[in-house]
Design a protein around this ligand. Structure first.
Ligand SMILES: Nc1ncnc2c1ncn2[C@@H]1O[C@H](COP(=O)(O)OP(=O)(O)OP(=O)(O)O)[C@@H](O)[C@H]1O
Length: 640
């Protein structure tokens, strides 16, 4: 049967590849595989813990081991208390004889408690530090990979699983500590039983086996259910965000989308509830069977102990201490199995985090070491080829372009012809797969790319609307000058962002994010002025404008192009991508792209004279202003 969310999401919203792999693995593995894998997962968890807070980790290990010894001493001392108490003689003498062992019990139990408290305190330092270290490392890695890698769905999914891995580190670590606690207690119980009488050890094993079996079963059932449940939870979250978020709000109302989404929400929630109910029933059944088996095993253990007592194989005091040791062992094993399952489940995500960090290192942005000369330089593309990840059709296919220092060059052409891609390759955001891009005659591959980016200001169609103040939105490309009011005023004046800021309640310090309290939302055109202001504030020698005025009113648009002309006159190199052909007439050269190739280039006049693709596009646009033909009910009206 198709999963319930597929009608809305296709197979799109599923837990990430990494998660699926893990959960699939988790469902299939048996206890032996789990035990085999455990050391590797535990090692990854401990490695991270050691790096995050080595002293805290060492303190935890020492404290848990000492607490384990405390448990063993408590159990053994119980026997030493029982022996004199059950011997003959006056009560006073018996109590006095038991007193040293009682003191030992008190001391050992106290030490164990103090040690466990120390371990807890150290764990509260270790967990958050490990999580923070994991998350910071992942973010650092993600921020430095090649842009193309970041857009690759597979790497993106890996990052998703790794993000879960950063949270998993804390859980895995706390379970590793629980595992150590369970293990030390179990070893203490087993050790004490062996000391009391060797035959008691198999009794412990028989007594606790059913409990262990039912704990493994319960954990695996929960694991399986979590997988099913996680898909649903994510899908429900998406629907919840859509229904309550501000962005789709207008369409939800105007197009009456709410009943459709709510219906899906109800259906998915019903499946999620069924799943939880199913799990609850299975857990109840499992607990019942486990408890019954455990009860039977307990009965058999005590019967065997009774037989040993009756035959005189063990004295009464030994039997009494053994009962306590078996109870401690049973409890420790349950905790141990639960933590083992958790480490297995979470440890796999920790491994995914490790893999993502390694992969981010492998995909790190390549950078050469050559520096550019301080003057403005020529940028050139030669026989440039580029295809996006997993795309068979190239976005650029043998493109030659030259941009001399101080020139204004325009890229025009139909949607999807490759203009934006070309601009991104020219400024080194992507690396070519064929041909080359050179700055000052040096291929980008050999240049220090970070220094190259220093020379570029970019305004893309989908520029980032940072959920920060207006001031930060302008200054983010030169954050070191964020407090430079003169620079802010200049950038505001050239982009028209100053008028936007003046209309805001707190001026430049207004938060531009309506999702937060006190935040304000701007219109599309106002945002575009802010985006343009960011480029002016950055004040770089090479400016790339990709559809910079698509949302501006006619007056603002003319002003922007006037300012671009002003910058060009000051010697800035300008790359302009636009569908508004009137604004490229003044460019030194216009490249016309189609299907990833340059089909013609030249000045506005030479292209008009050639009467090719550019001239056709230009006349089409110009014609719209010259004459508008309106057909209505068979009558034709012409406006001139
Ligand atoms: N990030 C991406 N991943 C995959 N394919 C992409 C990506 N960006 C663009 N493309 C594809 O590359 C081709 C060129 O796109 P590009 O954005 O360069 O065209 P454009 O000429 O700037 O278009 P427009 O005028 O619509 O802005 C298109 O087929 C597009 O679908």
């Amino acid at each position: 049967m198709k999963p319930p969310g597929d009608e809305l999401f296709g197979s799109g919203i599923r837990v990430s590849i990494g998660q699926l792999r893990h959960e699939g693995a988790g469902l299939l593995v048996g206890f032996s595989t789990m035990a085999r894998e455990l050391p590797r997962l535990l090692a990854a968890t401990i490695r991270l813990g050691r790096e995050a807070a080595p002293r805290a980790l060492a303190a935890i290990i020492v404290a848990e081991l000492v607490a384990g010894v405390g448990t063993a001493v408590t159990l053994l001392s119980t026997y030493r208390v029982l022996v004199p108490l059950m011997a003959g003689g006056p009560s006073r003498d018996r109590v006095l004889a038991a007193a040293p062992a009682l003191v030992a019990i008190a001391l050992a139990a106290g030490t164990a408690s103090v040690m466990r408290a120390c371990s807890k305190a150290a764990a509260s330092r270790l967990g958050p530090r490990a999580e923070r270290l994991a998350y910071t490392r992942l973010l650092e890695g993600a921020a430095q990979v090649e842009l193309a890698a970041l857009e690759d769905a597979e790497f993106h999914n890996l990052l998703g699983a790794a993000r879960q891995g950063t949270r998993a580190t804390r859980i895995a670590l706390s379970n590793a500590i629980a595992l150590l606690t369970g293990l030390t207690n179990l070893v203490a119980s087993a050790g004490v039983l062996t000391v009391l009488h060797p035959v008691l050890l198999p009794l412990l094993a028989a007594g606790i086996a059913p409990k262990g079996w039912s704990a493994v079963r319960a954990a695996r059932a929960r694991f399986a259910s979590t997988k099913r449940y996680m898909d649903l939870t994510r899908q429900l979250e998406v629907l919840g965000d859509l229904l309550s978020g501000p962005n789709p709000g207008q369409e939800i109302r105007a197009h009456g989308v709410a009943p459709f989404l709510l219906e899906h929400y109800r259906r998915l929630s019903a499946v999620a509830e069924e799943e939880q109910e199913r799990l609850g029933r299975a857990e109840a059944r499992n607990t019942l069977v486990g408890d019954a088996l455990s009860g039977l095993a307990g009965l058999a253990t005590y019967a065997a102990l009774g037989a040993l007592l009756l035959t005189g194989a063990v004295p009464l005091a030994v039997a009494g201490a053994a009962v306590m040791a078996i109870r401690t062992g049973k409890m420790s094993l349950t905790a141990l199995v639960m933590s083992t399952n958790q480490i297995y489940e979470q440890g796999l995500f920790v491994l995914e985090w490790e893999r993502a960090c390694a992969e981010a290192g492998r995909l790190a942005m390549h950078t050469g070491h050559l520096a550019l000369p301080p003057r403005a330089v020529e940028i050139r593309a030669e026989n440039l080829r580029f295809a996006y990840p997993h795309e068979t059709r190239p976005a650029l296919d043998g493109v030659d372009v030259v941009i001399r220092p101080g020139e204004t060059v325009a890229f025009v052409g139909e949607n999807g012809s490759g203009k934006s891609t070309l601009a991104k390759l020219l400024i080194g955001l992507y690396l070519p797969q064929g041909g080359q891009v050179t700055w000052a005659g040096v291929p980008i591959w050999h240049l220090d790319r970070r220094r190259l980016f220093e020379r570029v200001a970019l305004v893309t169609q989908d520029f980032t609307r940072w959920p920060f103040t207006a001031r930060v939105n302008l200054a983010i490309g030169r954050s070191e000058h964020a407090r430079d009011d003169a620079r802010l005023r200049w950038a505001g004046w050239t982009s028209g962002a100053d008028a936007v800021a003046a209309s805001l309640p707190d001026g430049w310090d207004t938060l531009l994010a309506r999702e937060f309290m006190g935040g304000t939302e701007l219109s599309g055109g106002q945002w575009q002025r802010i985006g343009l202001g960011r480029a002016w504030f950055r004040d770089a020698p090479v400016l790339v404008f990709d559809e910079p005025t698509s949302a501006l009113d006619p007056r603002a648009e003319i002003e922007v192009f006037d300012k671009v002309g002003m910058l060009a006159a000051q010697g800035r190199t300008i790359v302009l991508i636009t569908h508004r052909l009137a604004s490229v007439r003044r460019a030194d050269r216009i490249y016309v792209l189609a299907h990833g190739k340059v089909v013609e280039h030249g000045t506005h006049q030479s292209l008009m004279d050639a009467g090719g693709a550019y001239a056709a596009m230009y006349q089409l646009q110009a014609g719209q202003y010259a004459e508008t033909t309106w057909r209505r009910h068979g009558t034709e009206r012409t406006f001139t």
